[in-house]
Design a protein around this ligand. Structure first.
Ligand SMILES: C[S@@+](CC[C@H](N)C(=O)[O-])C[C@H]1O[C@@H](n2cnc3c(N)ncnc32)[C@H](O)[C@@H]1O
Length: 410
């Protein structure tokens, strides 16, 4: 490029077209996924490449020519990237590209090439590209802000492009509570909802972002308290979808981890209502994680079992073999276990789990009121009572709970 002219922003159709990337370091590595996603026929020319680029070659996503750049390497190319750490090689590639009329990005010196890569973001079938006149931090920041606004529904895409949202139900895992821990897809679906059927443990801060016309239905099941029964929840999902609405069923954690999500999916499918599932970050792993309790740790725990404490050991409806759990040396993650912790601890102790097995209890994990109690299997019930631990809490039993005495990460 020459002086002060503005670059012409364009979308290239690269599917099946030869693209040559000279260099196989981290700069090339960053650009390659988008080229591959565009279906380009990519050849990387470089004596050495990063392990990730080598992995793409091994998986036959691209061809790696393991040698330095040579004259003629751009033959037949539609687009080229000069991304070596040697400015002279990059200049040679750019000159050859100019001669051959192949648009070329020069990674080390944007004006020395004939194309520049915009900061790119994707959202729901939209591609956002930003150029900031050679100020890559600025373009990246604007791109990120735009994509986040789209994800949060702040830019009302649906009203602008008027693309109708198909009626149906989206079952969305909302993560453990922190509104930032929902998935990008979950947040996007939420921004399109006409009706949101929410749970007590779903990230409630997100409800505040919903447009005024969105109907919010509280389907909370309060432990040992008020509850909307599952059949009524299933009916509501079906009724609203049949009335032509897009319903988001927002659940805490992952919909299928002790969440009865599959019952809702089956109810929709049986009623002929289109239904999709978006997984979520489960509290079983995320809540211990934010309290510095890794559910597995090299040389310490090679197994993790997630157990429901919904019914007591020995209860006719119990499907859990507490004797087998007691014989494990690894990690037990006990959910919904606050009320009956005494019975669970007794069952594990009776089955041979040592009394001094570390236990970490994390209440309201990832929220502003998160708190942690560290104890042992023998003392867990008394300590939880003393600290007035109340649901929701995740109880981690096993040596991973004793790796540290208190918080280590910020
Ligand atoms: C009915 S289960 C639902 C689990 C959810 N589907 C998931 O994947 O996280 C409810 C239990 O999850 C745990 N739980 C969910 N969110 C939690 C949080 N923020 N902090 C601590 N425990 C939580 C508690 O054990 C609670 O009793």
């Amino acid at each position: 490029m020459t002086g002060g002219e503005r670059p012409y922003l364009v979308g290239l159709t690269l599917a099946g077209r030869r693209v040559v990337v000279v260099g196989g370091g981290t700069v090339a590595q960053r650009r390659l996924p988008a080229l591959l996603a565009a279906g380009a026929d990519v050849e990387v020319v470089a004596p050495d490449v990063t392990p990730a680029v080598e992995g793409m070659a091994t998986a036959r996503e691209l061809r790696w020519i393991a040698r330095p750049y040579r004259d003629g390497d751009l033959d037949g190319a539609w687009y080229a990237l000069a991304a070596t750490d040697d400015p002279q090689v990059n200049a040679t590639v750019a000159t050859a590209a100019e001669r051959a009329r192949v648009f070329c990005v020069r990674a080390d010196d944007a004006p020395g090439g004939t194309a520049v890569t915009p900061a790119v973001g994707e959202h729901d079938g939209l591609t956002v590209g930003v150029l900031a006149g050679g100020r890559p931090r600025r373009s990246a920041a604007v791109r990120t802000a735009l994509v986040e606004s789209l994800q949060a529904g702040i830019v009302p895409v649906d009203r602008v492009d008027a693309e109708p949202v198909r009626p149906g139900v989206a079952l969305v895992g909302g993560g453990p509570g922190d509104p930032e821990l929902i998935t990008v897809r979950g947040r996007r679906l939420l921004a399109r909802a006409d009706v949101v059927v929410t749970d007590r443990l779903a990230p409630r801060d997100l409800l505040d972002e919903l447009a005024p016309h969105v109907e919010v239905i509280d389907a909370s099941k309060i432990p040992y308290g008020r509850a909307m029964n599952q059949e009524r929840i299933n009916e509501l999902l079906v009724e609203h979808a049949r009335a032509g609405r897009f319903v988001v069923r927002l659940k805490g954690g992952d919909p299928y981890v002790f969440g009865r999500g599959f019952e809702e999916v089956l109810a929709c499918a049986e009623a002929g209502v289109p239904v999709t599932v978006t997984p979520g970050v489960t509290s079983a792993f995320a809540v211990p994680s934010v309290a510095d309790v890794p559910v597995s740790h090299r040389g310490v725990a090679h197994e993790v079992v997630v157990v429901s404490g919904h019914v007591a050991p020995g209860h006719p409806q119990s499907l859990t073999d507490w004797g087998a759990l007691a014989r494990l040396r690894g990690t037990i993650v006990l959910m919904m276990g606050v009320e009956r912790i005494g019975a669970f601890a007794d069952a594990l102790l009776a089955g041979g789990r040592p009394a001094d097995t570390p236990v970490a209890v994390v209440q309201d994990g990832t929220t502003r009121i998160q708190r942690t109690v560290r104890t042992t299997l023998a003392s867990a019930a008394a300590d939880m009572r003393a600290h007035e631990i109340a649901p929701p809490a995740v109880i981690v039993i096993g040596p991973v709970a004793g790796l540290v005495d208190g918080p280590v990460s910020e």
